[in-house]
Design a protein around this ligand. Structure first.
Ligand SMILES: *Cc1c(COP(=O)(O)O)cnc(C)c1O
Length: 428
């Protein structure tokens, strides 16, 4: 349950009026709720209590130092996809020995760095990657812990850009080949230590069934590998979806009672624990979106309105460079005025300042008839929001704020124009 709600006619995050943050910091600004993140992490823990379960937060969803530090202090490990993310985790106070490292194109410097930092395990995505890690570990005189990511051929019923578990994806090793790949590691790669097995079938899954199907398909292989190689963990990846359309209402328990079909941490745990418990090994979970997605809003100001022949546009000061989800994979975000309106709805497109027709945050959306100068909150902006931001159109990166009860702090200062160009130089 998230912590965004109207109180006394103004949208709040926990006990802080979002209008106050917009006035003090300016817009666009991402505002995160500490309570939402902490509660959801704690819920993961308690729901999985029947298992030897460990959470490796998927850093790419939101990698701000303060957010990583919050996760680390609550005992989470991390799922990383680059040397840069490993550096971030360490810099934020996280423990590298609690990190799993995924990704299809790990480079030699990244592999060396991860071995030096003694990460928990490499989750490998191809035989050539395994050979490369074996070679580098040999040179360094160490044994590299590895698991292979299996592609189990399960349709995650999600957007085509974020489905990863079918045989048309670049990720993982095909389930039909996994036994021979493990046999090859055991026979030919002496500098690798087979530590586990991994799957991750996609992101923003709103039903439990693809998860159970994938795990059921994997069980015989996991059991075999426990017996043959003594693997100590099975990672079931991340991918639990959040509520985008209905986000504001889903801050209340009544919404959940009326939407029993929506995946929850509990329904996920209840379906998977009976399958996983008999394995008797460590289970790794790699949630990203579910821990931070509903925990933030992007505040933006309405700059102009334009009534065209066919459409009404509301132009805002946040663009696809700040949050690319609508442009990249038709992501849906609820947009609410911070100052509550009543009864003046219109249908409009909410569009940003970027010179791209794909730069919209909402199309044909029924929304309050906000006027220039008013602040809007784009909800569920915590995952794959700031972490995908760019300076396209020479727009400095937005600020980030963390709310805790009735206090708030800046956790990323707004980028200045000087900072934006500081690494550019003229040729000799
Ligand atoms: C992105 C990713 C995750 C997290 O996915 P969410 O949908 O954000 O939970 C977990 N594991 C791997 C390997 C990933 O690439």
């Amino acid at each position: 349950m998230h912590s965004f709600a109207y109180k006394n006619g103004s949208l709040h995050c926990e006990n802080v009026n979002l209008a106050d943050i917009a006035a003090a910091v300016g817009t666009p600004v991402f505002v995160y709720s500490r309570k939402t993140i902490s509660d959801d992490l704690a819920e993961f823990r308690s729901s999985m209590a029947g298992l030897d379960a460990h959470i490796a937060y998927a850093v790419k969803a939101c990698s701000n130092k303060a957010i990583l530090n919050l996760m680390a202090r609550q005992g989470a490990g991390f799922d990383i996809v680059s040397g840069g993310e490993l550096w971030r985790v360490i810099n934020a106070g996280g423990d590298p020995t609690q990190c799993t490292y995924a990704g299809v194109a790990k480079t030699e410097p990244e592999i060396r760095y991860a071995l030096e930092q003694k990460i928990y395990c490499f989750n490998c995505e191809s035989e050539n990657e395994l050979r490369e890690i074996n070679r580098i570990a040999g040179e360094m005189g160490v044994k590299a812990p590895v698991a292979v990511r299996v592609n189990p051929h399960v349709d995650a019923h999600t957007h085509k850009y974020i489905t990863t578990g079918t045989n048309e994806n670049k990720f993982g090793v095909d389930i039909t080949r996994i036994e021979s790949v493990y046999a090859t590691i055991a026979a030919e790669m002496p500098n690798l230590h087979i530590k586990g097995l991994q799957i991750h079938i996609g992101s923003q899954l709103t039903e439990v069934q693809p998860f159970t199907t994938a795990v059921e398909k994997m069980l015989p292989i996991v059991k075999k590998f426990i017996a043959m190689y003594g693997i100590e963990f099975f990672s079931i990846g991340g991918g639990i979806g959040i509520v985008y359309d209905g986000c504001l209402e889903s801050g209340k328990p009544e919404w959940w009672a009326a939407h029993p079909e929506q995946i929850t941490i509990k329904s996920y745990a209840d379906a998977l624990i009976p399958l996983l418990k008999p394995l008797g090994i460590k289970i790794l979970l790699e949630p990203g979106r579910r821990l931070v997605g509903n925990a933030a809003a992007l505040l933006t100001t309405c700059i102009y309105e334009k009534k065209g022949e066919a459409k009404t546009f509301k132009m805002i000061d946040a663009g696809m460079n700040d949050i690319i989800r609508p442009a990249l994979y038709e992501g849906y975000h609820e947009i609410w005025p911070v100052k509550e309106h009543c009864g003046d709805e219109i249908v409009a497109d909410i569009v940003g300042p970027i010179c791209e027709s794909g730069d919209f945050q909402a199309q044909n959306r029924r929304i309050a008839d906000v006027k220039p100068g008013e602040v809007l909150a784009e909800l569920s902006a915590g995952a794959y929001g700031f972490s995908m931001a760019s300076t396209y159109n020479s727009r400095p990166l937005a600020a980030e704020v963390l709310v805790d009860g009735d206090k708030w702090s800046i956790i990323r200062r707004r980028q200045t124009l000087e900072q934006m160009v500081q690494d550019e130089c003229l040729p000799e």
